[in-house]
Design a binder for this molecule. Structure first.
Ligand code: PHE
Length: 450
């Protein structure tokens, strides 16, 4: 009996961990951001680059972050500093943790704005607002929302309050447990929409658009966008996975767990692509229309399919839920850091961090309307925050993590910890020491020169 009990406890602790990791990874990045980035970068070139980046850069860095987190057992700043010290290296490696915390802080500001759009669309679909409407009317509804600073502010505020309350009262693990039921449901709804698309045209065109290799479109910019998105969608380069790693038991197999998270995350993103692009093509919409893509395409299907109002309402509810399991992971590191490093309590830390993030989010949402003329190096505030984090902070933080793991830590103990045979270990070393860091560096240099 005792053995059984122990086995059960271990199983549920690693399940809890997988749920937290999947909850953080699967979110707006998969369903909102991935499709519109594919559309802006010309389709399959982006998809192929993204798949390579996930496998050769994202996967090893995810493993690296967990492994370092499990060794350090602290918040990301102290973890990097402590692990470095125990390897006889400088404690200033702690800076990696700090840049990760900054990344999460900045991402949440605009993430919450989009979470607000999803919340707003729950009410729009539920009230039957899209039934029988054509794509022009649906596009106009979206444009009207974007033009209204007040509407965007209200929903951004609601989303931010939901996130802050969950983090502030410390019920994140309860929310993550709920993911066990709601995530599969989200997957199911995506497949229902894909099924609808198979019957309603545009499907073959969408499959060709997403998967038929057209490498002529594979520019340095597309590569950087794909690389940045690999970091964003896996929640790496931000310290959150380092923090989760600190809760990991020794018995958890890092490579297998990373494989599960990466596959689930990728499948959801590709399913979102197959749910959206057929509607885009069969309605003559522009795939490159930017961040509004899912909001102008999916309501067309919900407005015309049987039980569309129920399915559509459920869909926006579920992506809001997926967004919240990610946004809590974006807020948590900042709150934890403030709580540990300042005299502020958890509640005060949460309120302080959320307020600043909320204000930054307002600036981001104003770039869609009142402040649309204000740009920073050619980008509105929303785009600037997105690009700064996805294209710079996340990849550079992740790069530092993998360099630290592969070049600065004792390799024999890592081989043991990963449980790899000689052959597999050689492959791992080639990827961790060379392929992943060089890929990040090359993409950077090419972009900077181009
Ligand atoms: N991975 C989340 C998503 O795809 C976003 C996120 C990024 C969450 C970085 C945490 C850290 O929606």
């Amino acid at each position: 009996m005792a053995i059984n009990k122990q086995e059960h406890a271990q199983w549920s602790s690693s399940l809890g961990f997988v749920l937290a990791a999947v909850g953080s990874a699967v979110g707006l990045g998969n369903i909102w951001k991935f499709p519109y980035m594919v559309g802006e970068s010309g389709g399959s070139a982006f998809v192929i680059a993204y798949l390579f980046c996930i496998a050769l850069v994202g996967f090893p860095i995810l493993v690296a972050e967990w492994l370092i987190g499990r060794r350090g057992q602290k918040n990301p700043v102290n973890t990097f500093a402590d692990v470095a010290a125990s390897e006889g290296k400088s404690r200033s490696w702690g800076i990696i943790g700090a840049s990760g915390i900054l990344g999460g802080f900045l991402i949440l500001s605009f993430y919450s704005v989009i979470g607000g759009w999803a919340l707003n669309y729950i009410t729009k679909v539920a009230s039957g607002g899209f039934v029988g409407q054509d794509s022009d009317a649906i596009g106009a509804t979206f444009d009207a929302m974007l033009a209204s600073a007040g509407t965007l502010t209200i929903w951004h505020t609601v989303f931010m309050i939901l996130t802050a309350v969950i983090v502030g009262i410390g019920v994140t693990s309860g929310i993550e447990k709920t993911a066990k039921i709601l995530m599969p449901l989200l997957g199911l709804i995506l497949f229902v929409i894909v099924g609808y698309n198979v019957m309603n045209g545009g499907f073959g065109e969408a499959v060709a658009y997403l998967f038929a290799p057209d490498l002529s479109k594979l520019t340095a910019d597309v590569m950087l966008a794909a690389l940045g998105h690999a970091f964003f969608t896996l929640s790496i380069g931000m310290g959150i996975m380092v923090a989760y790693g600190s809760y990991l038991g020794r018995e958890v197999n890092l490579l297998k767990t990373a494989r599960t998270v990466v596959i689930l995350d990728t499948v959801i993103a590709l399913a979102a692509g197959l749910a959206i692009f057929p509607i885009i093509f069969s309605n003559g919409l522009d795939p490159a229309s930017g961040p509004g893509l899912i909001f102008v395409s999916l309501p067309i299907a919900f407005g015309s399919m049987g039980a569309g109002t129920i399915i559509g309402t459920l869909f926006f509810l579920l992506i809001t839920f997926a967004a919240i399991t990610s946004s809590i992971s974006l807020l948590e590191p900042t709150v934890e850091f403030l709580e540990e490093r300042t005299p502020m309590s958890r509640t005060v830390s949460t309120i302080a961090a959320s307020t600043v993030i909320w204000l930054l989010g307002i600036a981001a949402l104003l770039s869609f309307n009142l402040w649309s003329d204000f740009t920073i190096m050619g980008n509105g505030i929303f785009d600037a925050l997105d690009k700064l984090t996805s294209k710079f902070i996340l990849p550079l933080t992740g790069l530092a993590a993998i360099i630290f793991l592969a070049w600065r830590m004792d390799q024999r103990s890592i081989q043991q910890e990963l449980g790899l045979s000689e052959g597999a270990w050689k492959l791992w070393q080639i990827i961790a020491k060379f392929v992943a860091p060089i890929a990040v560096i090359v993409v950077f240099i090419t972009t900077l020169m181009g």
